[in-house]
Design a protein around this ligand. Structure first.
Ligand code: ADP
Length: 437
């Protein structure tokens, strides 16, 4: 195939020679040259017009016939058009397949625009959230009006999901998660979690009932065992040992039942009932005195109160969490070592530190410590009268107060358990107390 630019150059020369010849014959050289160039320009203008019309008519239009460089231009453009058509078709098919797949999903999916307007949703989302096709373009907060949902949407921090009753059927509980993608777009995922919630409630009720039912017989048993221990004519040594051992085991069971009941209470209570003025320096001083009195070496606990901040929270829960942390520090460190309890300001927040110079915890165990019944060394924990629930209780209490639990530890050197309370729960002066209480 000849080079199109070469043949175009020949064509131009042809126009030039023809007009030059005509000019020479007619003795009107400039006029003939002008007319020749005009004819050449007109050819290009006509082709430009055809090209524009052809492009405007879209994919179906017939390619205009031409020659020279214009034939090349038309040919290349029609090739691009064909490619574009094929690509569009392929994309359309992929999009269709994707839509069919998401439509078949049992979980609801809604594509939200930058202003929370609905761009698209699948049929499961329609069913779960009560959306109709005419709702496309509407603000989702106007259609799903639960305050928890509108608050979550407005808060724009989607790290944690929420659960709300379905708008059309309050017996159905839906779990909602929002994830960001693309520029300003978000994907809302809705799932029917009624069954999971029911199972969770069943598990909680079961643990609560069993613990409750065990408590009464345990109280009776412990009472009799205490009577027996105080009985002046207690038969031989063998019996004394057995009764002591029974009393010890009964006390362990009681501690376990008490911890289980406390955990259930923490799980079922609404988070925002914790709103008392808790004088942390006073509480920590009292608690450290009580725990020191129970220790064979009373000077083990060193209290360092560097902040006068009080906490807006639930005193019983906070007491129980701090007591668990200090008891652990005492349990898992040598009998003569010091345990430091610190209460310090951290900017607008305040922090509680419980530091021991004990055995420490290897890094791989730290993430699991707050799981129920998780112990690094089960035998060691049992020997110390541990239930394996202490840190689970601490984590729940800290979460309920919007705080953060951090554990730093080094094997053989000791551990530091820190609880940071957020600014909104910290009362540093009278004004704070008036505003936040
Ligand atoms: P336990 O009743 O067994 O003490 P916890 O939930 O309070 O249960 O603690 C879980 C586990 O974490 C403990 O069994 C222990 O292995 C580890 N642990 C907790 N606190 C400390 C600490 N201060 N030093 C070393 N290990 C600790």
């Amino acid at each position: 195939m000849p080079n199109p630019w070469q043949s175009e150059a020949y064509r131009f020369l042809l126009y030039l020679f023809a007009s030059f010849g005509a000019g020479w014959l007619t003795n009107e050289l400039s006029a003939a040259l002008f007319l020749g160039l005009l004819a050449y320009l007109a050819r290009h203008l006509i082709n430009l017009y055809r090209l524009e019309r052809w492009l405007r008519r879209g994919a179906g239009a017939i390619r205009p016939a031409s020659n020279g460089i214009w034939r090349e231009v038309y040919y290349d453009l029609s090739r691009l058009k064909r490619q574009d058509k094929r690509r569009k078709k392929r994309l359309g098919k992929i999009l269709n397949r994707f839509r069919k797949a998401t439509a078949a999903l049992p979980d609801g999916t809604v594509v939200l625009g930058p202003n929370d307007e609905i761009h698209w949703f699948n049929s499961a989302a329609g069913r779960l959230l009560g959306l109709k096709n005419t709702d496309i373009g509407q603000h989702i907060g106007n259609l799903v009006r639960h305050p928890k949902f509108t608050g979550h949407l407005a808060f724009r921090n989607y790290e944690k999901g929420i659960s709300i009753p379905a708008p059309r059927n309050p017996d159905t509980i839906i779990g909602i998660r929002i994830v960001r993608y693309g520029k300003g777009l978000r994907l809302l995922l809705a799932q029917d979690i009624t069954r999971i919630k029911q199972m969770e409630t069943m598990r909680r009720d079961f643990v609560a009932n069993v613990s409750h039912e065990l408590r009464t017989p345990l109280t009776v048993l412990t009472g009799y065992l205490e009577n027996l221990q105080e009985f002046p004519d207690m038969p031989p040594d063998r019996w004394v040992r057995s009764v002591d051992s029974m009393a010890e085991q009964a006390a362990r069971m009681r501690a376990l039942v008490d911890d289980l009941m406390l955990l259930t209470r923490l799980e079922t209570k609404i988070p925002d009932v914790v709103n008392q003025y808790v004088d942390m320096p006073e509480m920590l001083t009292g608690l450290c005195h009580e725990l020191s009195a129970l220790q064979p070496t009373p000077a083990r606990i060193q209290l360092q109160i560097e902040s006068s901040a009080a906490v807006l929270g639930n005193e019983t829960e906070l007491r129980s969490a701090v007591s668990n942390l200090i008891t652990n520090a005492l349990k898992y460190s040598p009998a003569e070592s010091v345990v430091t309890v610190g209460w310090v300001d951290e900017g607008a927040n305040a922090r509680l530190d419980v530091i021991d110079a004990g055995e420490g915890i290897a890094a791989e165990f730290i993430p699991r410590l707050t799981e129920r019944f998780y112990r690094v060394d089960v035998n060691r924990s049992r020997q110390q009268g541990g239930t394996g629930l202490g840190l689970a209780i601490v984590k729940h209490v800290v979460n309920r107060h919007g705080g953060e639990l951090k554990i730093k530890s080094e094997v053989g050197k000791g551990s530091c358990f820190s609880v940071r309370f957020p600014e909104e729960r910290i009362l540093k002066n009278q004004e704070d107390a008036v505003m936040k209480l």
